[in-house]
Design a protein around this ligand. Structure first.
Ligand code: MG
Ligand code: ZN
Length: 230
């Protein structure tokens, strides 16, 4: 018999949720669609976002796109993204393992607040690489996209049920590696579906471009709704 102890940081999470909801209202009032990408380090979040940004810049002007990257250190990812001509911001959390609403809010105000954001149509936030706590701290995004890769192990979703449950879209990345690793993608997919039937699961390879079209289309569908109803 194994004893199990579960801790939940309830109060902090509740307060963050309240602030996230206010931030969402702010995005809605601007007609700005916000996506948040979450997932473990090395799962391919940045590469996937890069591929999607290439698509976004064919439907929007680069000056209508904003990318905010949260990382413990360095601006490697935001420098990579800035090559696409879009607005990029680096948040270094200085050791903290996830972003929180006040950090995002402060960043948006520093960029110029409402007058600046009125010109932005699409905002992409990449959270710190971590499969656990970023999922408990929503940032008000219209969609939270979990990126899991096949190299992380077939049991990824079962091991992270809470993270899986709060995600709106699930991407299984690096599917081109699955056969070399002997990973059963169908099992991963059905695990994800069982834990969260609400979230569509997309198979992708940011490297080869496989699956990017489908993901982009689902993001655009949401964008059109948010941008139109503002
Ligand atoms: Mg990254
Ligand atoms: Zn954390």
């Amino acid at each position: 018999m194994v004893e199990k102890i579960v801790f939940v940081a309830k109060d902090v999470i509740k307060e963050n949720e309240r602030l996230a909801m206010k931030l969402r209202e702010f995005y809605d009032s601007l007609g700005l669609v916000a996506y948040e990408f979450l997932g473990g380090p090395g799962s391919g979040k940045t590469s996937l976002i890069e591929k999607l940004v290439e698509r976004f810049t064919s439907d929007f002007s680069p000056s209508e796109l904003l990318y905010i990257d949260g990382d413990v250190a360095t601006s490697i990812d935001s420098e990579r993204m800035s090559k696409h001509g879009i607005y990029t911001v680096q948040i270094n959390t200085g050791g903290s393992c996830h972003l929180e609403v006040p950090q995002v809010k402060k960043t948006l105000m520093k960029l110029g607040g409402r007058p600046f954001l009125e010109k932005i149509k699409v905002m992409i936030i990449e959270n710190v690489g971590n499969m656990i706590c970023p999922f408990s701290f929503p940032l008000g995004a219209h969609a939270r996209i979990m990126v899991a890769d096949v190299a992380e192990g077939e049991d990824k979703f079962i091991k992270h049920p809470l993270s899986t449950r709060v995600s709106d879209i699930i991407v299984i990345n690096k599917v081109d590696l699955a056969e070399y690793l002997g990973v059963n993608i169908d099992k991963m997919k059905s695990d994800a579906y069982e834990i969260n039937p609400r979230a569509p699961v997309y198979l992708a390879s940011a490297k080869t471009g496989y699956g990017i079209d489908e993901i982009y289309q689902s993001l655009m569908k949401l964008a059109e709704k948010v941008i139109r109803t503002a």
